[in-house]
Write a protein that binds this ligand. Structure first.
Ligand SMILES: *[C@@H]1O[C@H](CO)[C@@H](O)[C@H](O)[C@H]1NC(C)=O
Ligand SMILES: *[C@@H]1O[C@H](CO)[C@@H](O)[C@H](O)[C@H]1NC(C)=O
Ligand SMILES: *[C@@H]1O[C@H](CO)[C@@H](O)[C@H](O)[C@H]1NC(C)=O
Length: 221
């Protein structure tokens, strides 16, 4: 029970930290989309020093599978989002940082994914960092290789990690159980010992008491 509570507790802590404003973690994007469904293309670039003021604009490029060149498909800057390619008209939503020019999450959401969307995506952060006396221009780019499938499949990594999770949970529970049994037996043994000692003490006490009595009687005689 305690273990379960502890696990839940750590789970919620993790969730909280993840959602907490200012915490930034560069999580890799998923790479497998299902045709006809939506898909979030993840792209996160954390500022190395979060206290430095920054502004960023974002560009997404796409290279269809089997082709040689990237083309611009989406931009997000001070003018807001723009879909730059006919292939993606009405099919891209911004899933990144909201209400801030200091973009660290530039993820986008593809609607109604088609097989033609498989290929390589590349996001660029054009970031201006404002230090006290100067500005620093930083360009970061990330790549996502997307494959589109007809039905969702599960990667081996996810299966392995699920199995590992069960193994570790069961292992921990067993360990807890063994520890409890061990402790219980130790306590029980200690209790018996104490009882025996108490009985001995009582016997001695009675013995000495009766001796005293005898002595008393003898004195009385
Ligand atoms: C991303 O955008 C899609 C479409 O607008 C929306 O359904 C989804 O909830 C968004 N996800 C996040 C994490 O913002
Ligand atoms: C996406 O698919 C749904 C259901 O199939 C359809 O109603 C919607 O119009 C499609 N949206 C776009 C932008 O193609
Ligand atoms: C995918 O691309 C092919 C070739 O460019 C085109 O004929 C087809 O209509 C496209 N399919 C979709 C769903 O956009």
């Amino acid at each position: 029970m305690a273990l379960l509570r502890f696990l839940l507790f750590s789970f919620f802590c993790t969730l909280f930290v993840y959602q907490c404003h200012g915490a930034c973690a560069e999580v890799d994007s998923d790479t497998e989309a299902v045709a006809g469904k939506g898909f979030k293309l993840g792209c996160i670039s954390c500022k190395r020093r979060s206290e430095v003021r920054g502004e960023a604009s974002v560009e997404w490029y796409f290279r269809p599978k089997g082709e040689a060149d990237f083309f611009l498909m989406y931009t997000y800057n001070e003018d807001g989002p723009t879909i730059e390619s006919d292939q993606f008209v009405d099919r891209v939503d911004w899933n990144g940082s909201k209400r801030s020019r200091d973009i660290q999450d530039a993820s986008i959401y593809l609607l109604n994914v088609t097989f033609n969307d498989s290929g390589t995506y590349r996001c660029f952060f054009n970031r201006i960092l404002s230090y006290e006396n100067y500005e620093y221009n930083d360009v970061v780019s990330k790549v996502v290789h997307l494959s589109v499938v007809g039905k969702a499949t599960r990667g081996t990594a996810s299966i392995v990690s699920e199995v590992m999770m069960y193994v570790s949970i069961i292992g921990l529970q067993l360990w807890l159980l063994i520890e409890m049994i061990y402790c219980y037996r130790k306590i029980a043994a200690a209790g018996e010992e104490a009882l025996r000692e108490a009985a001995n003490a009582e016997y001695l006490a009675i013995a000495s008491e009766s001796k005293d009595n005898c002595a008393g009687v003898q004195v009385g005689e």
